[in-house]
Design a protein around this ligand. Structure first.
Ligand code: SF4
Ligand code: SF4
Length: 144
């Protein structure tokens, strides 16, 4: 018999790590329920349904910067609480999906006129743009 500490353990650890990263997102999504004060353990047991949790985890949102729209204004990167947005002046910004805690601050902060941060639900996030393609090309600026 194989012992239980091998790949299964590693898989479980990885899943737990994933859920751990979602804690801020879950807190935001369930803020109303989390604020409720309950008296008994039974009430807590009944507060969340299995379907509700399934839905919450299957419809996890992601944030992604549309490279065609990003103007490298750096506002989102300054707002990110975990410093999960790579970028600099003149460089298209990229969200590090491993660091992102899905707080939505970048989505709220990106100026409406750029509308570059996108909210993705239940779908894979596009691959990050390669580093050599991150220089922002400003429209209307001809070559000298
Ligand atoms: S949602 Fe945006 S601001 Fe929030 S952690 Fe993710 S990248 Fe940072
Ligand atoms: S705020 Fe929007 S336009 Fe500015 S760097 Fe971030 S994604 Fe790009």
């Amino acid at each position: 018999m194989a012992n239980g500490g091998g790949p299964e353990q590693a898989e479980l650890q990885a899943k737990l790590a994933n859920v751990q990263r979602l804690v801020p997102y879950i807190k935001l999504e369930k803020a109303e329920k989390l604020a409720i004060r309950l008296e008994t353990e039974k009430e807590y047991d009944e507060l969340y349904t299995h379907d509700e949790i399934e839905k919450l985890l299957s419809e996890v949102v992601s944030y992604w910067v549309d490279p065609d729209k990003c103007q490298a204004c750096m506002i989102c990167a300054r707002k990110c609480p975990v410093h999960g947005i790579e970028g600099a002046k003149g460089l298209i910004h990229v969200i590090d999906q491993q660091m992102c805690i899905k707080c939505g601050s970048c989505y709220d902060a990106c100026p409406e006129k750029f509308d570059a941060v996108k909210l993705i639900t239940g779908a894979p996030v596009p691959d990050p743009i390669p580093e050599e393609e991150r220089v922002v090309v400003r429209k209307g600026k001809g070559k000298g």
